[in-house]
Design a protein around this ligand. Structure first.
Ligand code: UDP
Ligand code: MG
Length: 329
Protein backbone atom coordinates (compact mmCIF):
# COMPACT_ATOMS: atom_id res chain seq x y z
CA UNK A 1 0.00 0.00 0.00
CA UNK A 2 1.45 3.36 -0.96
CA UNK A 3 1.31 6.05 1.71
CA UNK A 4 0.29 9.37 0.21
CA UNK A 5 2.11 12.40 1.59
CA UNK A 6 -0.25 14.90 3.18
CA UNK A 7 -0.17 18.36 1.63
CA UNK A 8 0.89 21.35 3.68
CA UNK A 9 -1.80 24.01 3.24
CA UNK A 10 -1.46 27.77 3.65
CA UNK A 11 -4.59 29.92 3.66
CA UNK A 12 -3.63 33.43 2.58
CA UNK A 13 -5.88 36.23 3.84
CA UNK A 14 -5.29 39.84 2.74
CA UNK A 15 -6.33 42.33 5.43
CA UNK A 16 -6.71 46.07 5.17
CA UNK A 17 -8.23 47.76 8.23
CA UNK A 18 -10.10 44.60 9.18
CA UNK A 19 -10.17 44.96 12.99
CA UNK A 20 -13.96 44.66 13.00
CA UNK A 21 -14.12 41.33 11.23
CA UNK A 22 -10.81 39.59 12.05
CA UNK A 23 -11.75 38.19 15.47
CA UNK A 24 -14.72 36.26 14.07
CA UNK A 25 -13.13 35.36 10.72
CA UNK A 26 -10.02 34.00 12.38
CA UNK A 27 -12.19 31.83 14.62
CA UNK A 28 -14.03 30.36 11.64
CA UNK A 29 -10.88 29.81 9.58
CA UNK A 30 -9.10 28.34 12.63
CA UNK A 31 -11.91 25.85 13.14
CA UNK A 32 -11.90 24.81 9.49
CA UNK A 33 -8.15 24.28 9.43
CA UNK A 34 -8.15 22.42 12.77
CA UNK A 35 -10.74 20.03 11.37
CA UNK A 36 -8.75 19.51 8.17
CA UNK A 37 -5.71 18.65 10.30
CA UNK A 38 -7.72 16.35 12.58
CA UNK A 39 -9.16 14.54 9.53
CA UNK A 40 -5.61 14.09 8.23
CA UNK A 41 -6.32 15.95 5.02
CA UNK A 42 -3.45 18.40 5.51
CA UNK A 43 -0.25 18.45 7.59
CA UNK A 44 -0.26 19.58 11.20
CA UNK A 45 1.94 22.57 10.36
CA UNK A 46 -0.52 24.00 7.85
CA UNK A 47 -1.10 27.71 8.44
CA UNK A 48 -3.37 30.68 8.09
CA UNK A 49 -1.27 33.56 6.80
CA UNK A 50 -2.73 37.04 7.33
CA UNK A 51 -1.18 39.70 5.10
CA UNK A 52 -1.61 43.10 6.71
CA UNK A 53 -1.72 45.49 3.78
CA UNK A 54 -0.56 48.58 5.68
CA UNK A 55 -3.62 48.88 7.93
CA UNK A 56 -4.08 51.96 10.11
CA UNK A 57 -6.30 50.29 12.69
CA UNK A 58 -5.63 47.43 15.16
CA UNK A 59 -5.39 44.74 12.44
CA UNK A 60 -1.70 43.95 13.08
CA UNK A 61 -2.16 43.86 16.87
CA UNK A 62 -5.00 41.38 16.42
CA UNK A 63 -2.86 39.24 14.10
CA UNK A 64 -0.03 39.27 16.66
CA UNK A 65 -2.41 38.24 19.44
CA UNK A 66 -3.73 35.41 17.29
CA UNK A 67 -0.18 34.21 16.60
CA UNK A 68 0.72 34.12 20.24
CA UNK A 69 -2.47 32.22 21.11
CA UNK A 70 -2.44 29.63 18.36
CA UNK A 71 0.36 28.29 16.16
CA UNK A 72 -2.04 27.99 13.24
CA UNK A 73 -1.92 31.75 12.72
CA UNK A 74 0.97 33.66 11.20
CA UNK A 75 1.35 37.10 9.73
CA UNK A 76 3.04 39.27 7.19
CA UNK A 77 3.02 43.03 7.44
CA UNK A 78 3.58 45.43 4.57
CA UNK A 79 5.38 48.72 5.11
CA UNK A 80 2.37 50.52 3.59
CA UNK A 81 -0.89 49.91 1.72
CA UNK A 82 -0.27 48.27 -1.69
CA UNK A 83 -3.71 46.93 -2.51
CA UNK A 84 -5.34 43.51 -2.31
CA UNK A 85 -3.77 42.03 -5.46
CA UNK A 86 -0.23 42.86 -4.34
CA UNK A 87 -1.04 41.54 -0.83
CA UNK A 88 -2.15 38.27 -2.40
CA UNK A 89 1.00 38.02 -4.53
CA UNK A 90 3.15 38.66 -1.43
CA UNK A 91 1.26 36.04 0.57
CA UNK A 92 1.63 33.48 -2.21
CA UNK A 93 5.30 34.29 -2.72
CA UNK A 94 6.00 33.90 1.00
CA UNK A 95 3.96 30.72 1.28
CA UNK A 96 5.20 29.06 -1.93
CA UNK A 97 8.50 27.58 -0.68
CA UNK A 98 6.73 25.90 2.26
CA UNK A 99 3.31 24.98 0.85
CA UNK A 100 1.91 22.22 -1.33
CA UNK A 101 -1.46 23.94 -1.51
CA UNK A 102 -2.59 27.52 -1.03
CA UNK A 103 -6.05 28.97 -0.69
CA UNK A 104 -6.68 32.70 -0.97
CA UNK A 105 -9.78 34.17 0.65
CA UNK A 106 -11.00 37.65 1.68
CA UNK A 107 -10.85 38.50 5.38
CA UNK A 108 -14.59 39.22 5.60
CA UNK A 109 -15.44 35.62 4.58
CA UNK A 110 -18.06 36.78 2.08
CA UNK A 111 -16.81 33.81 0.07
CA UNK A 112 -17.75 30.49 1.60
CA UNK A 113 -14.78 29.24 3.69
CA UNK A 114 -16.57 25.94 4.32
CA UNK A 115 -15.67 25.02 0.73
CA UNK A 116 -11.97 24.88 1.62
CA UNK A 117 -12.10 21.16 2.60
CA UNK A 118 -13.75 20.38 -0.76
CA UNK A 119 -10.99 22.37 -2.50
CA UNK A 120 -8.37 20.28 -0.68
CA UNK A 121 -10.19 17.13 -1.74
CA UNK A 122 -10.26 18.34 -5.34
CA UNK A 123 -6.51 18.93 -5.17
CA UNK A 124 -6.13 15.31 -4.05
CA UNK A 125 -8.27 14.33 -7.05
CA UNK A 126 -5.70 15.95 -9.34
CA UNK A 127 -6.87 19.53 -9.85
CA UNK A 128 -4.20 22.22 -9.66
CA UNK A 129 -6.63 25.13 -9.52
CA UNK A 130 -10.07 25.30 -7.96
CA UNK A 131 -11.97 28.51 -8.70
CA UNK A 132 -14.57 29.72 -6.23
CA UNK A 133 -17.46 31.14 -8.27
CA UNK A 134 -20.31 33.26 -6.90
CA UNK A 135 -23.45 31.98 -8.57
CA UNK A 136 -25.73 34.07 -6.37
CA UNK A 137 -24.83 37.70 -5.72
CA UNK A 138 -28.18 38.75 -4.31
CA UNK A 139 -26.51 40.02 -1.14
CA UNK A 140 -24.31 42.45 -3.11
CA UNK A 141 -25.59 45.98 -3.70
CA UNK A 142 -27.29 46.70 -7.02
CA UNK A 143 -24.34 48.92 -7.96
CA UNK A 144 -21.71 46.28 -7.21
CA UNK A 145 -23.65 43.57 -9.06
CA UNK A 146 -24.32 45.68 -12.14
CA UNK A 147 -20.80 47.09 -12.44
CA UNK A 148 -19.34 43.58 -11.97
CA UNK A 149 -21.67 42.16 -14.65
CA UNK A 150 -20.79 44.93 -17.12
CA UNK A 151 -17.10 44.49 -16.35
CA UNK A 152 -17.08 40.74 -17.10
CA UNK A 153 -19.10 41.43 -20.27
CA UNK A 154 -16.65 44.13 -21.45
CA UNK A 155 -13.60 42.00 -20.69
CA UNK A 156 -15.05 39.14 -22.66
CA UNK A 157 -15.81 41.48 -25.58
CA UNK A 158 -12.21 42.71 -25.73
CA UNK A 159 -10.87 39.19 -25.65
CA UNK A 160 -9.87 38.74 -21.99
CA UNK A 161 -11.56 35.56 -20.88
CA UNK A 162 -12.13 35.84 -17.16
CA UNK A 163 -14.14 33.31 -15.21
CA UNK A 164 -17.41 35.18 -14.64
CA UNK A 165 -18.11 35.88 -10.98
CA UNK A 166 -14.79 34.47 -9.82
CA UNK A 167 -12.73 36.92 -7.79
CA UNK A 168 -9.85 35.91 -5.56
CA UNK A 169 -11.21 32.89 -3.70
CA UNK A 170 -9.26 29.97 -5.14
CA UNK A 171 -7.08 27.00 -4.35
CA UNK A 172 -3.79 26.53 -6.16
CA UNK A 173 -1.23 23.74 -6.18
CA UNK A 174 2.45 24.42 -5.61
CA UNK A 175 3.30 24.28 -9.32
CA UNK A 176 0.42 26.58 -10.24
CA UNK A 177 1.57 29.16 -7.66
CA UNK A 178 5.15 28.88 -8.94
CA UNK A 179 3.87 29.57 -12.45
CA UNK A 180 1.83 32.55 -11.24
CA UNK A 181 4.89 33.98 -9.49
CA UNK A 182 6.71 34.04 -12.83
CA UNK A 183 4.46 36.99 -13.71
CA UNK A 184 6.26 40.01 -12.33
CA UNK A 185 3.59 42.60 -13.01
CA UNK A 186 3.66 45.98 -11.33
CA UNK A 187 -0.16 46.08 -11.20
CA UNK A 188 -1.09 42.41 -11.03
CA UNK A 189 -4.62 41.37 -11.97
CA UNK A 190 -4.48 37.84 -10.64
CA UNK A 191 -7.91 36.66 -11.76
CA UNK A 192 -6.84 37.47 -15.32
CA UNK A 193 -3.49 35.69 -15.07
CA UNK A 194 -4.54 32.43 -13.38
CA UNK A 195 -6.81 31.17 -16.20
CA UNK A 196 -3.85 31.71 -18.57
CA UNK A 197 -1.64 29.33 -16.58
CA UNK A 198 -3.33 26.20 -17.86
CA UNK A 199 -3.18 23.12 -15.55
CA UNK A 200 -6.23 21.00 -14.69
CA UNK A 201 -8.83 23.17 -13.02
CA UNK A 202 -12.38 23.07 -11.78
CA UNK A 203 -15.00 25.40 -10.26
CA UNK A 204 -16.96 25.40 -7.03
CA UNK A 205 -20.15 27.46 -6.79
CA UNK A 206 -21.52 29.27 -3.77
CA UNK A 207 -23.76 32.10 -2.64
CA UNK A 208 -21.87 35.26 -1.70
CA UNK A 209 -22.62 36.32 1.85
CA UNK A 210 -22.92 39.88 3.12
CA UNK A 211 -19.90 41.32 4.97
CA UNK A 212 -20.20 40.32 8.65
CA UNK A 213 -18.63 43.46 10.11
CA UNK A 214 -16.82 46.60 9.03
CA UNK A 215 -17.24 48.25 5.66
CA UNK A 216 -16.00 47.45 2.15
CA UNK A 217 -12.35 48.34 1.60
CA UNK A 218 -13.10 48.86 -2.08
CA UNK A 219 -14.27 52.41 -2.65
CA UNK A 220 -15.16 53.36 -6.22
CA UNK A 221 -11.61 54.60 -6.89
CA UNK A 222 -10.11 51.18 -6.01
CA UNK A 223 -12.75 49.34 -8.03
CA UNK A 224 -11.95 51.55 -10.99
CA UNK A 225 -8.21 50.97 -10.61
CA UNK A 226 -8.72 47.20 -10.52
CA UNK A 227 -10.93 47.35 -13.62
CA UNK A 228 -8.38 49.50 -15.49
CA UNK A 229 -5.57 47.11 -14.47
CA UNK A 230 -7.66 44.31 -15.93
CA UNK A 231 -8.26 46.12 -19.21
CA UNK A 232 -4.86 47.71 -19.80
CA UNK A 233 -2.64 44.85 -18.70
CA UNK A 234 -4.48 42.24 -20.76
CA UNK A 235 -5.72 43.91 -23.90
CA UNK A 236 -4.70 46.18 -26.72
CA UNK A 237 -8.36 46.61 -27.66
CA UNK A 238 -8.61 50.22 -26.37
CA UNK A 239 -5.68 51.33 -28.51
CA UNK A 240 -7.16 49.52 -31.52
CA UNK A 241 -10.48 51.27 -30.84
CA UNK A 242 -8.61 54.58 -31.02
CA UNK A 243 -7.10 53.53 -34.34
CA UNK A 244 -10.52 52.58 -35.76
CA UNK A 245 -12.16 55.74 -34.44
CA UNK A 246 -9.31 57.88 -35.83
CA UNK A 247 -9.57 56.19 -39.23
CA UNK A 248 -13.36 56.61 -39.31
CA UNK A 249 -13.06 60.31 -38.43
CA UNK A 250 -10.41 60.84 -41.15
CA UNK A 251 -12.51 59.12 -43.78
CA UNK A 252 -15.57 61.14 -42.73
CA UNK A 253 -13.61 64.39 -42.93
CA UNK A 254 -12.32 63.56 -46.43
CA UNK A 255 -15.90 62.89 -47.52
CA UNK A 256 -17.02 66.15 -45.91
CA UNK A 257 -14.25 68.12 -47.68
CA UNK A 258 -15.15 66.58 -51.02
CA UNK A 259 -18.79 67.47 -50.46
CA UNK A 260 -17.88 71.04 -49.47
CA UNK A 261 -15.65 71.32 -52.57
CA UNK A 262 -18.50 70.18 -54.83
CA UNK A 263 -20.86 72.64 -53.17
CA UNK A 264 -18.33 75.46 -53.71
CA UNK A 265 -17.88 74.51 -57.38
CA UNK A 266 -21.66 74.61 -57.78
CA UNK A 267 -21.62 78.16 -56.46
CA UNK A 268 -23.36 77.45 -53.15
CA UNK A 269 -22.27 80.01 -50.53
CA UNK A 270 -20.66 78.22 -47.56
CA UNK A 271 -20.83 79.62 -44.11
CA UNK A 272 -21.38 78.42 -40.58
CA UNK A 273 -19.28 78.97 -37.54
CA UNK A 274 -21.16 76.47 -35.34
CA UNK A 275 -20.36 73.26 -37.21
CA UNK A 276 -16.68 74.24 -37.24
CA UNK A 277 -16.67 74.82 -33.48
CA UNK A 278 -18.57 71.59 -32.88
CA UNK A 279 -16.13 69.56 -34.90
CA UNK A 280 -13.19 71.26 -33.20
CA UNK A 281 -14.49 70.36 -29.76
CA UNK A 282 -15.28 66.85 -30.90
CA UNK A 283 -11.83 66.31 -32.37
CA UNK A 284 -10.15 67.94 -29.37
CA UNK A 285 -11.96 65.57 -27.02
CA UNK A 286 -11.24 62.54 -29.18
CA UNK A 287 -7.55 63.43 -29.31
CA UNK A 288 -7.36 63.80 -25.54
CA UNK A 289 -8.99 60.41 -25.03
CA UNK A 290 -6.65 58.85 -27.57
CA UNK A 291 -3.63 60.43 -25.91
CA UNK A 292 -4.67 59.26 -22.47
CA UNK A 293 -5.10 55.70 -23.73
CA UNK A 294 -1.66 55.75 -25.29
CA UNK A 295 -0.36 57.36 -22.09
CA UNK A 296 -1.83 54.55 -20.01
CA UNK A 297 0.18 51.93 -21.90
CA UNK A 298 3.35 54.04 -21.96
CA UNK A 299 2.97 54.73 -18.24
CA UNK A 300 2.64 51.04 -17.49
CA UNK A 301 5.72 50.22 -19.57
CA UNK A 302 7.60 52.96 -17.74
CA UNK A 303 6.56 51.61 -14.33
CA UNK A 304 7.47 48.06 -15.26
CA UNK A 305 10.81 49.04 -16.80
CA UNK A 306 12.05 50.49 -13.52
CA UNK A 307 12.00 47.04 -11.89
CA UNK A 308 11.00 48.46 -8.54
CA UNK A 309 10.26 45.98 -5.75
CA UNK A 310 6.68 44.81 -6.06
CA UNK A 311 6.18 45.25 -2.31
CA UNK A 312 8.14 45.81 0.88
CA UNK A 313 7.59 43.51 3.82
CA UNK A 314 8.11 44.99 7.26
CA UNK A 315 7.58 41.82 9.34
CA UNK A 316 7.27 38.18 8.33
CA UNK A 317 6.59 35.66 11.07
CA UNK A 318 5.51 32.94 8.64
CA UNK A 319 8.85 32.32 6.92
CA UNK A 320 10.77 32.80 10.17
CA UNK A 321 8.99 29.84 11.63
CA UNK A 322 9.67 27.48 8.72
CA UNK A 323 13.24 28.66 8.29
CA UNK A 324 13.88 27.94 12.01
CA UNK A 325 12.32 24.54 11.58
CA UNK A 326 14.62 23.83 8.64
CA UNK A 327 17.65 25.04 10.63
CA UNK A 328 16.79 22.63 13.43
CA UNK A 329 16.33 19.68 11.07
N1 UDP B 1 -7.97 44.53 0.89
C1 UDP B 1 -6.59 44.69 0.96
N2 UDP B 1 -6.06 45.89 0.56
C2 UDP B 1 -6.82 46.92 0.09
C3 UDP B 1 -8.22 46.73 -0.01
C4 UDP B 1 -8.76 45.52 0.40
O1 UDP B 1 -5.88 43.79 1.37
O2 UDP B 1 -6.25 47.96 -0.24
C5 UDP B 1 -8.56 43.25 1.34
C6 UDP B 1 -9.66 43.38 2.37
O3 UDP B 1 -9.15 43.48 3.68
C7 UDP B 1 -10.45 42.10 2.13
C8 UDP B 1 -10.31 41.89 0.64
O4 UDP B 1 -9.19 42.67 0.23
O5 UDP B 1 -9.87 41.00 2.79
C9 UDP B 1 -11.54 42.31 -0.14
O6 UDP B 1 -11.96 43.59 0.27
P1 UDP B 1 -13.47 43.94 0.58
O7 UDP B 1 -14.14 42.78 1.24
O8 UDP B 1 -13.52 45.22 1.33
O9 UDP B 1 -14.03 44.13 -0.90
P2 UDP B 1 -15.52 43.90 -1.41
O10 UDP B 1 -15.94 42.55 -0.93
O11 UDP B 1 -16.33 44.98 -0.84
O12 UDP B 1 -15.37 43.96 -2.90
MG1 MG C 1 -15.77 41.75 0.88
Amino acid sequence: MSIKKLPRLTIVVPCYNEEAVLPSSSKTLGKILTKLIANQQVTTDSKILFVDDGSHDRTWEIIQDLQSENALFTGLKFSRNYGQEVALMAGLKTAAPFSDLTVTIDADLQDNPYLIPTMVQQAADGFDIVYGVRNDRSTDTWFKRTTAERFYWLMNKIGVHLIPNHADFRMMSHRAVEALLEYHESDPFIRGIVPQLGFPSTKLFYKRQPRKAGVSKYPLSKMLKLALDGVFSFSLAPIRAVLYAGSAISIASVVAFLWLGIQALRGVALSGFDPVMASLWFLGGAQLIALSIVGEYVGRTFKQSKHRPEFIIQTDTYSNEFVHQMDEE
